[in-house]
Ligand binder design. Structure first.
Ligand code: PRP
Length: 178
């Protein structure tokens, strides 16, 4: 049966589990950036929009929020590893304390590309905060400084993540089987 908007994905991470983890990540990040402020939160569209909204509101250090959009070329169902910048940040990153906020690291190509591209712009520091990682799918080593959860290799939706642009607004993270 095709997956439609009314399909109810199986719960992998409940709303409460996500909330507790985001709070803990925000505490860790606030401690780390205390005195190093402000943090330049850089969300990767579109999947991170809910995560960054929640994280930004829980931080206790000064922060600003910006977004970047990327597109990855796919061959069939697998990522080819080629990533293209679709929307850039609004201000130069030189001298800023950048924290990349991602919903998920799958193959790692996107985060690897971002780190290489943004490091060249000479920020004061650059770190990564990722809600989900699928270790079984990793193709390139990446540095995740703040990680929410490691998850199995399943298609996950909700809390910003989609399947064919559906389910992004689900309050929990669930799995679907396309
Ligand atoms: C997802 C996710 C990451 C990327 C991770 O974005 O938000 O940016 O894939 O995959 P990788 O580790 O294999 O590179 P997607 O291309 O699905 O776009 P979206 O965020 O707009 O849904």
């Amino acid at each position: 049966m095709p997956i439609n908007d009314f399909h109810q994905p199986e719960v992998l991470l409940s709303k409460e589990m996500i909330h507790d983890r985001v709070l803990e990540l925000a505490r860790q990040i606030s401690r780390a950036y205390d005195g190093v402020e402000p943090v330049y939160l850089l969300g990767v569209l579109r999947g991170s929009f809910i995560f960054i909204a929640d994280l930004a509101r829980e931080l206790t250090v000064p922060r600003s929020v910006d977004f970047i959009a990327l597109s990855s070329y796919e061959t069939g169902t697998t990522s080819s590893g080629a990533v293209r910048l679709m929307l850039d940040v609004r201000t130069p990153l030189r001298g800023k304390h950048v924290l990349i906020v991602e919903d998920i690291v799958d193959t790692g190509y996107t985060l690897d590309y971002l780190l290489k591209t943004l490091r060249a712009r000479e920020p004061a520091s650059i770190k990564t905060c990722v809600l989900l990682q699928k270790p079984d799918r990793l193709q390139v080593p990446t540095t995740i400084d703040y990680l929410g959860f490691t998850i199995p290799d399943k298609w996950v939706v909700g809390y910003g993540l989609d399947y064919e642009d559906k389910f992004r607004a689900l309050p929990y993270i669930g799995t679907v089987e396309p």
